[in-house]
Design a protein around this ligand. Structure first.
Ligand code: DAH
Length: 338
């Protein structure tokens, strides 16, 4: 019987190795291991064996069953792998896929804002924030802007029924920052500002600014100029020229407007920002609000600046109309993708 089993095993292994496909393999499984298969038939013969012959025959029977089961499994795996690589034959796996959902990208204003934050971060400026709806104290009074200043007129500013307003500039964040932290301060505050402007090619009723404030012992106008110049050269290139033109802002003294000239922008001087040395009256308002003397103008000084981000974006991308930035026309936005 043991010889018969060995013969059966050799024949079966040869058949299995030669099985051309899964169907043939399935048929062989039934033929050899099925309930009425060859192995079952042989094992019926066990009954006719003597007691002495049985252990050896039983062992051979088990070995044969195990050998056939293992061979069937490995042939099955080999056939499956073969099928897969046949299906892939002639397919170039390095070909790029076909995009079904178009990829989006960041809005040009967001890209500009990210770069702005990056540049100032390298100079040690932290990000600060404040509310879009603020009160007259933070928007005007604390910024040394008297009650009869035109910016406070109802024609110029969006007031809420409760007397609060949509901030007309991000300079509010200067006050809010100094109220909550003592010097030294080194922050930029990007955000929206609102004015009752007719919308046209260069004006929006809601636009974006970046405010900057640096307060410490011994901060000078040279620091302000160096910082603003560094920022603009990083954005527009090393050939950029920066000019500080004396101006007036209630919350800085002296005050300047910043102009920029660069070959890339056609060589014209373009007005970009306001800035100056923080007026002691601003520190006085902050001290009063805090109830201490943390911002003592005898001990500390500071500079502030405010950039129009939309203006910067228009210059950088040579945009003819500021409204392009808020219309969300994909044909426009797609030019800034990537
Ligand atoms: N807040 C001014 C505006 O909206 C811009 C400005 C000017 C901000 C001078 C400043 C500054 O911080 O020092 O027109």
């Amino acid at each position: 019987m043991v010889d018969q089993l060995h013969a059966l095993r050799d024949a079966a292994l040869a058949d299995i190795a030669a099985a051309p496909d899964a169907a043939a393999l399935g048929a062989l499984r039934i033929k050899y291991l099925g309930r009425q298969g060859a192995l079952a038939t042989l094992s019926d013969g066990m009954k006719t064996l003597t007691k002495e012959e049985r252990p050896a025959a039983g062992k051979a029977l088990n070995e044969t069953r195990n050998a056939l089961t293992a061979a069937l499994e490995s042939r099955d795996a080999a056939l499956t792998a073969q099928g897969e690589s046949a299906a892939l034959a002639g397919v170039d796996l390095t070909l790029p896929g076909t995009p079904t959902v178009p990829l989006g990208s960041l809005h040009p204003m967001t890209q500009l804002l990210d770069r702005t934050v990056q540049i100032f971060r390298r100079l040690g400026f932290a990000l600060a924030d404040g509310p879009d709806i603020d009160d007259e104290f933070h928007c005007f009074d604390a910024l040394n802007t008297p009650a009869d200043h035109p910016a406070r007129n109802e024609q110029d500013t969006f007031y809420l029924p409760d007397g609060r307003l949509l901030r007309t500039h991000t300079s509010t964040v200067q006050i809010r920052t100094m109220e909550t932290q003592g010097p030294p301060v080194r922050i930029i505050a990007p955000g929206a500002a609102y004015r009752r402007d007719e919308t046209d090619a260069t004006h929006l009723a809601q636009f974006n600014q970046v405010e900057g404030l640096c307060v410490d012992a011994g901060v000078s106008l040279a620091d302000l100029k160096g910082t603003v110049e560094f920022f603009l050269k990083e954005l527009f290139g090393l050939q950029t020229k920066v000019r500080f033109r004396p101006h007036f802002f209630p919350f800085t003294e002296p005050s300047f407007e910043v102009d920029l000239q660069s070959p890339a922008l056609g060589g014209k001087w373009l007005e970009l920002a306001g800035c100056g040395m923080v007026d002691p009256a601003v520190f006085a308002a902050v001290n009063q609000s805090r109830g201490d003397d943390a911002y003592d103008p005898e001990k500390i000084s500071g500079y502030a600046f405010g950039f129009g981000l939309d203006r910067l974006a228009m210059l950088m991308a040579d945009l003819p109309d500021i409204r392009l930035l808020i219309e969300n026309d994909v044909r426009f936005l797609a030019q800034f993708a990537g």
